[in-house]
Every structure is written in C-alpha cells, then in structure tokens.
Design a protein around this ligand. Sequence first.
Ligand SMILES: [Zn+2]
Length: 225
Amino acid sequence: MLKNLFKLLFPTLCDGCNSLLIKNEKILCTSCVHNLPFTNHHLTDNNETKNKFYGLIDIEFACSMLVFSHDGIVQKMIHQLKYKNRQEIGNYLGKLYIPEIKNKIITNKIDYIIPVPLHPEKMKKRGYNQVTTFCETLSKELEIPYNSEILFRNKNTSTQTKKNKEERQAINLKSFEAKTDIEFQNKHFLLVDDVITTGSTIESCAKALLKIPNTKVSIIAIAYT
Ligand SMILES: [Zn+2]
C-alpha cells in the first residue's frame, strides 16, 4: 500500500526515453532494452575490442558489451552510473550481459575479476569506482572472486584531463602496478572497464598484470567507441 503510494508520487522513469516504467521494468523500458546496441563481440575472437590491442598486448579474449555513441542510451546510462551515484545501473547491465558472456568466462577459466582502478583523487571525490557494481554482479552470478586490490594505481600520478595524448600514454604506462604474491601467480585475470576509447588505460593495466609470473589477461568493457 505505502509502496504503491510512493510509486504514484515518485514514478520511476526509463533511463533511455524518460517514459514511465511499468511493473517489473527496471532502469529501462522494454522498448529501450530491445534497442540496446549490443556488440555481439562474444561470438567472435576477432572483434573490434580485441583488435584495439593487436600487437600491443597478449590477451586471451576481449569483448565490449555495448556500442557507445554520444547522445545515445548507453552514454546516458554510463553518465548516470559514473557521475550521479546510480550504481544500480552497473548491477543491471551486469545481469543483462551474463547470458551472453557466461560461457566465454567459464570456458576460459577466469580466476579473478579485476576493475580498472580509479585515480585516488577521483575516488575521493566520487566515493566509488563506477565499474564495481558491474564487476560484483558478474562475480556473484558466476562465482568468481572479485578483487580490487591486486591491481592499483601509483600514488604520484596526477589526473590527466589537461595532458595531450602522448603525455597521457607515457603517464599511463607508469601508473599501474600489480601485486606479484604467489597466490596471484598462474592466474587468468578478467580486467573490466566502463568505456574503452583509445584502450591505452587498459593496455597499461594489462601490462602491469602480465608482470605477475605466468598470468593471462582477458578484457571486458561495458561499452566501446
Ligand atoms: Zn525507454
């Protein structure tokens, strides 16, 4: 009763088109879910996400869930997830992606799900890493440990907004480190990011992880441009 009254006073709107959500709809209305631009990268080894890293790093598989376009649904959702503390969107997208990506993750025997670490300054300001809830959903549903401590950022790197591409890449390479303890050796890590653009951040993260003896790295992004 009270819950219904609350819903009447504060109806939930679709994050894609702002229409009223009906019973059992969450985040997106049925029509927007059908229009989500899935990449289907999981169906082929030779996809746009993996090709971004061709010749740069040795990876097992790489998949992006969605295509990111400016002013599209994906952009809206990621903006809410990243800047408006709508962390439930990460859970939602994770659940939506599991039926597609499950087999790939299971057959590749992933040992740990690892987020791209947020810069400490950003973490302080935002209070959360935007990929955490997405990772946690995959972790829980697929029963693979989530670990946000194996890979970390060096303390002395400034945020990158005012630097050019070359400067950013040089800094990125030195920005990440991984724990090389014996318990993390001989493992297959699944590195997760929100949006892959140039891929240089992921590349640096993967290089740090690959310094751990006998490691394998795979990559998942919520979206790519
Ligand atoms: Zn909608």
